[in-house]
Design a protein around this ligand. Structure first.
Ligand code: SF4
Ligand code: SF4
Length: 311
């Protein structure tokens, strides 16, 4: 199919005008090594490409994140402006982009940007250590040339590092592909001594099991994430996640039964926050592997940006 360059430029400009900081187009061929059932064509057989949309999380919001015991720190700007609001913004932009393409005659599909809703299918799986979203926006960002997958498993961009949220629009529109990122390495574990792993308060990253992901022509490796252990951080149960609670996580692989039991030990202040705000208003408590990652400092001045990057 011949790419429509004019439609591509118009669509990318529309995404940026709606408030996104990054946009790129990934042809579906770059997803051929993704797990069966999670590829764009599994959901839309005639899909031609995926539009990846990124919104930067402000540095001030990430840098101020810290424990309630630390002077001058607060988790709340990140919870709202780094998670809740950004995901709503992201959903709004993707939804408008999808409908605009449909009005032009091209079917388009979006998934939720994040939240538990995106993991609903995998919650029923026997292997609860893997909670996969219906569609990986991070991998789509790498496929669209906006990012590399870092050692923390997040999509790292040359300008913003890990400080970006992504969403995707799967479409059968004939959009022109963006080139894959080929610049200098964005993740530099030898430089930061794997700060993301050292900072994780739940010990959620495996020290022995490595995941390998092939996206387009690029191959990325990063440690397997134990999602159950991570959930102690996300749900404000473990010290270091920004919470008052300090549940002890048993050694070894995450135990879902213990995780549910641990809710009973949650500090009432955290329970109040979770019950009143979790989801739409705020989001995952922890995110330490995101806002502690220094990748945004490495290339911000030198690497330029992708289309629409405003740094
Ligand atoms: S902290 Fe960031 S740059 Fe360092 S290893 Fe982790 S992902 Fe890579
Ligand atoms: S969100 Fe927190 S608990 Fe989960 S992997 Fe990242 S640092 Fe660890």
């Amino acid at each position: 199919m011949k790419a429509d360059v004019e439609l591509t430029n118009e669509t990318e400009s529309f995404v940026i005008d709606q408030g996104a900081d990054l946009v790129g187009v990934a042809p579906v061929e770059r997803f051929q090594n993704a797990p069966a059932g999670y590829r764009p064509n599994d959901y839309m057989p005639d899909a031609t490409c995926v539009i990846s949309i990124g919104i930067h999380i402000a540095d001030g919001v990430c840098d101020v994140w810290g424990e309630y015991t630390e002077p001058g720190k607060s988790i709340t700007p990140y919870l709202f402006y780094g998670y809740g609001l950004l995901n709503l913004e992201m959903g709004r932009i993707a939804n408008r982009t999808a409908k605009r393409l449909e009005y032009a005659g091209y079917k388009s599909l979006t998934f939720p940007p994040t939240w538990a809703i995106g993991h609903y299918r995998s919650v029923g799986m026997l292997d609860m250590s893997y909670l996969g979203a219906d569609f990986s926006h991070r991998h789509a960002a790498a496929a669209a040339g906006l990012a590399e997958i870092g050692w923390n498993g997040l999509a790292l961009t040359p300008v913003f590092g890990a400080r970006v949220r992504f969403n995707s629009v799967i479409t059968n529109a004939p959009l022109a592909p963006s080139p894959m990122y080929e610049g200098p390495a964005i993740c530099q574990p030898e430089r930061c001594k794997k700060l993301c792993i050292r900072e994780c308060p739940a010990g959620a990253f495996s020290s022995t099991e490595i995941r390998e992901v092939v996206i387009g022509e690029r191959r990325f490796e990063y440690p397997k994430l134990d999602m159950i252990r991570c959930m102690y951080g996300i749900f404000a149960l473990v010290k270091g996640s920004g919470s008052y609670s300090g549940v002890e996580i048993p050694p070894g692989p995450g135990d879902i039964a213990h995780f549910w039991e641990a809710q009973e030990q949650q500090d009432l202040r955290d329970r109040h926050m979770i019950e009143n705000c979790f989801g739409i208003i705020c989001g995952d408590f922890c995110g330490r592997c995101l806002h502690k990652c220094p990748a945004h400092l490495y290339w911000r001045k030198g690497a330029g940006g992708k289309k629409g990057a405003k740094a």
